[in-house]
Design a protein around this ligand. Structure first.
Ligand SMILES: Nc1nc2c(ncn2[C@@H]2O[C@H](COP(=O)(O)OP(=O)(O)OP(=O)(O)O)[C@@H](O)[C@H]2O)c(=O)[nH]1
Length: 192
């Protein structure tokens, strides 16, 4: 079983992202995550069963010390920002640093995910993606822009947890590992 932790400011759409991926569902109403929550998603990689434990952490400052206790042992760190709020992009570096502090150097595959793409005009989307690509380069992360509202489970939204990222995790044995090394990161955006 591999572990992914999803971090980022409050209200950026972490829970919705996970729900789209795991349940193919979207909830318009905001319910703050209290501390942490997790889902287990099972799928096949190269014909072999694969399980991913996805930890949804609270963005609220007051829950930070609870949530950060769950960062350890992550193979994947998903840093999330809201594409309609550029400040949340700036904060992703801090979130990443805190998650990396709890893990071995170079042991994690990193994603930067911009959510709420559906709320932006094409021009705004392009501008935000440009900023995000720069940030992803600094973070050594793979970038995706998505909408949990309009995106579809496998086709659009999921993204890190779906194709390119977790294909690099080996389904074999106990505890999958990064297959291609954490240095081969690509930056992408995907319409969702
Ligand atoms: N239009 C649109 N709204 C979204 C999208 N993703 C999330 N939202 C909305 O944004 C709000 C916050 O979403 P959550 O997923 O609960 O945010 P969170 O990051 O888990 O928040 P915390 O638990 O406080 O850390 C909710 O009202 C969602 O419906 C999206 O892709 N598009």
């Amino acid at each position: 079983m591999s572990k992914a932790v999803v971090v980022g400011d409050l209200n950026v759409g972490k829970t919705c992202l996970i729900n789209r991926f795991c349940k193919d569902a979207f909830d318009r109403d905001y319910k703050a995550t209290i501390g942490v929550d997790f889902e287990i998603e099972r799928f096949e990689l190269s014909g072999l069963p694969f399980s991913l434990q996805i930890w949804d952490t609270a963005g609220q400052e007051k829950f930070k010390c609870i949530a950060s206790a769950y960062y350890r042992g992550a193979q994947v760190i998903v840093t999330v920002f809201d594409m309609t709020d550029i400040l949340t992009l700036e904060h992703t570096k801090q979130w990443l640093m805190e998650a990396l502090n709890e893990n071995e150097p170079n042991s994690c595959f990193i994603f930067l995910v911009g959510t709420k793409r559906d709320l932006l005009s094409p021009d705004e989307c392009q501008r935000t993606e440009r900023d995000a690509v720069k940030m992803a380069a600094e973070m050594n992360a793979e970038f995706w822009s998505v909408s949990s509202k309009t995106g579809r489970k496998r086709a659009a939204v999921l993204l890190p947890c779906g194709r390119s990222g977790f294909r690099r995790l080996r389904p074999e044995g106990h505890g999958a590992r990064l297959q291609n090394g954490a240095d081969r990161r690509r930056r992408r955006s995907q319409s969702g």
